[in-house]
Design a binder for this molecule. Structure first.
Ligand code: ZN
Length: 352
């Protein structure tokens, strides 16, 4: 048996007898773990397992373990690989999606310039659809999460960086250079002293303001410059999570920092909406300041909406919803499965 991680999906696990074929597999490669889900035609999970990424062992070893794990999971529910229509694979960028290549994913130094799609296809004996992990997460929310009743959607993923995904009329935007939906590099501040982006040093990018690392950096700089906050007495480095916890305790500095973050996010969203008019913008990722069930999360969302509305046309703002994501870290494997399903349906249509 392939060693696996003690990580579960928060999705309910459907009994195989209730699952609707055709079936797909969704695979989400992360820095520490790889999530693998068996998913039915309605986006319901009927098998799940996570295995360690073990990055230094390289992508070929990981894909061999993924394929073996898939065989084990299928055998557990009395199925085999022939019962699966297609596989969806999401990995961190950079990638060449049409060529099925990993280019230089920064957190996977041993995985550079690798033909991951052909490798997995050979190991598993099934066709593989390939996606950027943030795009896959967006497609997951679109298929079975917050976006399920929409035909277009933009998702912004607020984590260490800011990722994104754009779906227009049921189609995920991949783009000419496999760079589509990289909303973290939207320019939200064009002034000469705007903050620098970590990637390539672009100035004024959304990621330099609204990622968890940017929130931490902004807090540290302001406190170093003399701002008053309970964060000042921390023995550990300031993180976005500490800012959130301080805000929960009513720390005015932290509340203001969260409001400012929302302000920048609203600027980015206004630009996205004015180009795409998706009707729905979803905020995903770990930095949700407690999300929809927390007063700080609600304040963050309201401030984001307000900032967007101040910069948009009234009828456009009225016809646009901004909401939190609902699938958490399961969006990636569900979206990878959803992309495989969509590709398989498209191929069938083309054959007719
Ligand atoms: Zn950037």
């Amino acid at each position: 048996m392939v060693p696996f991680l003690d990580v579960m999906t928060s999705q309910p696990i459907l009994r195989i007898a209730d699952a609707h074929p055709p079936f797909v597999l969704g695979i989400d490669v992360g820095g520490t773990g790889i999530k693998i889900g068996l998913v039915d035609d309605q986006g319901r999970t009927f098998g799940f397992r996570a295995i360690p990424t073990e990055e230094p062992r390289g992508p070929a070893d990981a894909m061999r373990r993924v394929a073996e794990t898939c065989r084990e999971m299928l055998s557990d529910v009395g199925l085999c690989l022939q019962d699966i229509r297609r596989v969806g694979l999401g990995t961190p960028g950079s990638q060449d999606i049409p060529k099925g290549m990993l280019i230089e994913p920064p957190n996977h130094p041993h995985w550079h310039h690798f033909p991951i799609v052909s490798c997995l296809e050979k190991e598993i004996g099934l066709p593989v659809s390939f996606a950027n992990d943030a795009n896959a997460a967006a497609f997951g929310e679109f298929w079975v999460g917050t976006g399920r009743v929409y035909s277009s959607m933009v998702m912004l993923t607020l984590g260490t960086g800011v990722g994104g995904g754009v779906i227009v009329d049921d189609h995920l935007i991949v783009g000419k250079n496999s760079f589509g939906g990289e909303c973290g590099h939207l320019i939200v501040d064009s002034s000469p002293d705007a903050r620098l982006c970590v990637w390539g040093g672009g100035r004024g990018h959304l990621e330099a303001y609204a990622s968890a690392s940017a929130v931490a950096a902004r807090a540290q700089e302001k406190i170093a410059a003399g701002a008053t906050s309970i964060l000042r007495s921390l023995q550990t480095p300031i993180t976005a999570k500490r800012v959130y916890e301080a805000a929960l305790q009513g720390d005015v500095f932290s509340l203001k920092l969260i409001d400012e973050t929302a302000e920048y996010l609203g600027i980015g969203i206004a630009t996205l909406v004015h180009v795409l008019d998706p009707g729905l913008v979803v905020l995903g990722g770990a930095m949700d300041f407690g999300g929809k069930d927390c007063t700080i999360g609600q304040r963050f969302l309201s401030a984001t909406i307000r900032s967007f509305e101040e910069r948009s046309f009234e009828y456009v703002a009225q016809g646009t919803r901004i909401e939190f994501a609902s699938l958490g870290s399961d969006a990636g494997y569900l979206g990878a499965a959803g992309i495989a399903r969509a590709d398989s349906n498209q191929n069938e249509k083309n054959e007719k």
